[in-house]
Design a protein around this ligand. Structure first.
Ligand code: NAP
Length: 370
């Protein structure tokens, strides 16, 4: 069992050559869709650290090592990906957010379909398609769901884009040489910025601004949420588990819950997080972050000047709706992560330390004061 220490430097030598990252001794080629995301960015980093992968990244916004592509557009997907011929593994963690559960279905199913349509015909050596899901498969977003949630639990009533995506892959894979896996993390702890779902960033920004106002770090969710049993999934651990499932023959064509391996209640962890920020706590008060943080942009701008913070727009750092969502869960929120471990993946992350390492990173990258 290993605790989180960041990625090992397993890479022999990694060259950045235009749109692909190529390592010496390359045996496999990964196409990562959603590479700019909370999940996809860690996946890219981990693949690059391994040394035997060529890594090709996709996202709309592009970037030094990204192919810019709009997966919602079938023609753009075919055009931008037509030159790819040696993909062995597709890692799908793209996601487009929408205001309702039903509205999530068409675009998220279309993006996966457009990607596979653009890649499968030209890449005869395709071995695996990995699909990033989450506990929405278990109905965790609706209310008290059965815990621990297991991979064998029955599906819930549609609409549910995660289930539609998995069914699409299952049907498409039937009779093909490649296999699929479906990866189901809990709430993910990662360091990427400008994404709609990053809980550690929500807490770091909320703490930084509370501290600037000389306020205690007050849990802003439902009182019941303070006492519920929770778990998290570290983005680096998730990357390792995703690649393990994509490259382990006995894991083919299956789903896996992926979590850190420990459970917590905010009532125990929150005061420790306050300690980390050298802050006091105060009794919980259900305050919608989306409302109370809406007018804090000018204050954050002053903090950027005062503490020499990086010039990120406040709006890009604010996943307040996601914070409100997570802090509203006044029911147990955890899955059974034993299938993954029983089948041979044994990495474990201490959730308390994970938070401190993520906060350290936000400090060192000058997102919050040090
Ligand atoms: N974050 C969590 O806590 C969490 C927990 C459990 C499960 N999940 C699931 O994991 C998946 C990924 O989540 P995430 O948090 O990593 O998402 P994210 O941070 O929002 O990343 C989404 C990625 O998709 C790309 N993308 C969006 N629209 C696109 C388009 N039209 N064409 C091409 N690329 C597009 C985005 O890049 P561009 O904007 O540049 O295109 C970005 O790279 C989702 O299904 C989510 O439900 C997330």
């Amino acid at each position: 069992m290993a605790e989180k220490t960041g990625f090992p430097t397993e890479a022999a030598e990694v060259k950045h050559t235009g749109l692909v990252t190529e390592a010496t001794g390359v045996k496999k080629t990964a196409l990562v869709a959603g590479a700019a995301g909370v999940i996809g960015s860690s996946l890219v980093q981990y693949l690059e650290s391994l040394g035997d992968w060529k890594v090709i990244s996709l996202s709309r916004r592009g970037g030094p090592q990204h192919i810019p592509v709009d997966l919602l557009d079938p023609e753009d997907s075919k055009r931008q990906l037509a030159h790819l011929k040696d993909i062995t593994h597709v890692f799908y963690s793209a996601f487009v957010d929408k205001p309702t559960w039903i509205a999530l279905v068409p675009p998220n199913l279309a993006m996966l379909t457009n990607l596979i349509n653009a890649v499968e015909p030209n890449n005869k050596g395709l071995q695996h398609v990995s699909l990033m899901q989450g506990y929405k498969v278990y109905g965790a977003h609706y209310g008290p769901f059965k815990t621990p949630a297991r991979e064998t639990d029955a599906n819930h009533m549609p609409p549910e884009f995660n289930i539609d995506q998995q069914q699409f892959l299952e049907q498409r894979q039937s009779g093909s040489k490649w296999s699929w896996s479906a990866i189901r993390p809990s709430v993910v702890g990662g360091t990427s910025l400008g994404n709609p779902m990053n809980l550690a960033l929500v807490i770091a920004m909320y703490a930084g601004i509370s501290k600037e106002l000389n306020l205690p770090l007050r849990f802003p969710g439902k009182p019941g949420a303070y006492r519920t049993i929770m778990e998290m999934t570290d983005a680096d651990l998730l990357a390792k588990a995703t690649i393990w499932a994509a490259t382990t023959p006995s894991a083919a064509n299956q789903a896996f819950n992926v979590s850190n391996g420990d459970l917590f209640r905010w009532e125990e962890l929150w005061p420790k997080i306050a300690d980390y920020f050298h802050m006091e706590t105060a009794p919980t008060l259900p305050m919608p972050l989306k409302t109370i943080m809406a007018d804090k942009g000018p204050l954050y701008k002053k903090m950027q000047d005062k503490y020499g913070l990086a010039p990120h727009p406040y709006e890009e750092l604010s996943s307040w709706t996601f914070g409100d969502f997570v802090f509203s869960w006044d029911y147990d929120f955890f899955g059974d992560g034993s299938k993954l471990r029983r089948m041979g993946f044994h990495t474990y992350v201490d959730t308390e330390k994970m938070f401190y390492q993520l906060f350290d990173k936000f400090k060192s990258e000058k997102v919050i004061p040090g």
